[in-house]
Design a protein around this ligand. Structure first.
Ligand SMILES: C[S@@+](CC[C@H](N)C(=O)[O-])C[C@H]1O[C@@H](n2cnc3c(N)ncnc32)[C@H](O)[C@@H]1O
Length: 411
């Protein structure tokens, strides 16, 4: 599948196949989820939590946004994630995977777990780099792609096979339910920000919750009520912060639970979480009046997250403080931005090597340079952050965290 490989080890752009990867885009059929949700709301006494709405809108087994057979990724879809921008994203993270394997003493087998693997593009590019640049590590790697939705698992299997790779493809829930301890790395990109979240609002001393309710005509609208579970107040008590007066905020109890179980399955290794997010103090700061919930369609933010359920992508910024705390017994580092991490992982050198062969194919170099800019754009993908966790292995000095080491050294 791969085109001519450059002998220069820094020239990762050269690993991209010369022929375009087959597009996984499928047809854009209508999915009638709205009446199903309205029915559940009526049966449940007139409203459901936003968390339940989000679980259905994204994950209803037949009509949920991520369950659909016809989900489009990248430029043709509703938003573009970093692995869809260019395989260089995965090639750079593969260097981190290699370093983690070495720090762990080069174990065989070495699990490479990717929760929420999307189109399979991220895993494919990581494995491509390892096969070409680090064959010992590639021989030890046991890729495990996890997702919540059978059509996604099928698409991921097809994408990996097209790249010549075999992996385990399993539902997140099934993998997390197993007992066998694992040594390796779990790396995810924009996974946790897709997990259902409650929508809360602080009014004085009360923590209220926003629900999805149905009008007489079946139209969905927001309704404010008491918190559906004491776990929401407990979340803020644990953090020692509260949203500002009158501020909306998202709380994903599911995300913390998934991190708790993921970290419990890995007995030794690293968890790298790449996501839009903040530490709790910043996420719940009083200036953030509307929270961070966003709905997207065709790259445009949509005003009403309750509209067209199953047709809009819903996302919010994750709470890194709670995610890290959920990984009991794991060390954490301060987060770094994607721009910082990719720079530390060798993006400038890869770009420099690409520039040196620009004369041979100027158009290719122009697209590689554009991709690099997109991935580190401080107003876009570059502001995604990386949370690194380690257990029974050193975290300090990890390559993607080197901006922290440099900052510590200069202060
Ligand atoms: C925003 S996409 C990111 C995909 C990919 N990591 C990327 O960066 O292109 C979120 C991924 O998580 C999966 N996902 C969403 N909700 C999930 C859930 N509740 N349980 C398991 N997987 C879920 C989706 O199917 C999708 O693969």
């Amino acid at each position: 599948m791969t085109g001519a490989i450059s002998p220069d080890p820094a020239d990762d752009f050269a690993l991209v196949p010369t022929a375009e990867r087959d597009d996984l885009a499928l047809s854009d059929a209508f999915t009638p989820l709205a009446p199903i949700i309205t029915e559940e709301i009526r049966a449940g006494g007139g409203r459901i939590t936003f968390e339940r709405f989000m679980a259905l809108a994204l994950g209803h087994p037949e009509h949920g946004y991520y369950s659909r057979r016809d989900l489009r990724w990248g430029r043709d879809g509703d938003y573009e994630t970093s692995p869809e921008v260019h395989p260089i994203f995965g090639y750079l993270w593969a260097r981190q995977v290699l370093e983690c394997w070495e720090r762990l003493g080069r174990p065989t087998p070495f699990a490479l777990v990717e929760p929420g693997a999307g189109s399979g593009a991220f895993a494919t590019s990581i494995l491509t780099w390892l096969r070409e640049r680090a064959p010992d590590c590639f021989a030890a790697v046991r890729p495990v792609l996890l997702d919540g939705h059978p059509h996604r698992l099928d698409a991921q299997r097809a994408a990996l096979r097209a790249g010549g790779f075999e992996a385990e493809h399993t539902l997140v829930e099934d993998w997390l339910s197993r007992d066998a301890p694992v040594t390796g790395i779990a790396i995810s990109n924009e996974f946790f920000d897709a997990l259902p979240a409650h929508l809360v609002e602080r009014r004085g001393n009360d923590l209220l919750e926003w629900y999805a309710a149905a009008g007489e005509d079946g139209a969905l609208g927001f309704e404010l009520g008491p918190a559906s579970t004491p776990a929401l107040a407990a979340h803020f008590e644990r953090l020692g912060v509260l949203p500002g007066e009158g501020c909306r905020a998202e709380v994903s109890l599911v995300a913390s639970e998934v991190m708790r179980r993921l970290s419990a399955r890995l007995e030794r290794g690293y968890i790298l979480t790449v996501d839009y997010g903040h530490e709790a103090r910043e996420l719940y700061a009083s200036w953030r009046r509307e929270g961070t919930l966003m709905a997207f369609r065709h790259h445009s933010p949509q005003p009403d997250p309750l509209a067209s359920p199953g047709r809009l992508d819903l996302t919010y910024h994750v709470d890194f403080t709670s995610l890290a705390a959920a990984a009991e017994g794991w060390q954490r580092a301060a987060t770094v931005s994607q721009a910082e991490a990719l720079t530390a992982l060798g993006l400038p050198e890869a770009l420099q090597a690409a520039a040196e062969r620009a004369a041979a194919d100027a158009a290719r170099f122009a697209s590689e340079r554009r991709a690099a800019q997109t991935l580190v754009d401080p107003a876009g993908l570059g502001r995604i952050r990386v949370l690194a966790l380690a257990k029974a292995t050193p975290l300090e000095g990890l390559r993607c965290l080197q901006p922290l080491t440099a900052r510590a050294g200069t202060s």
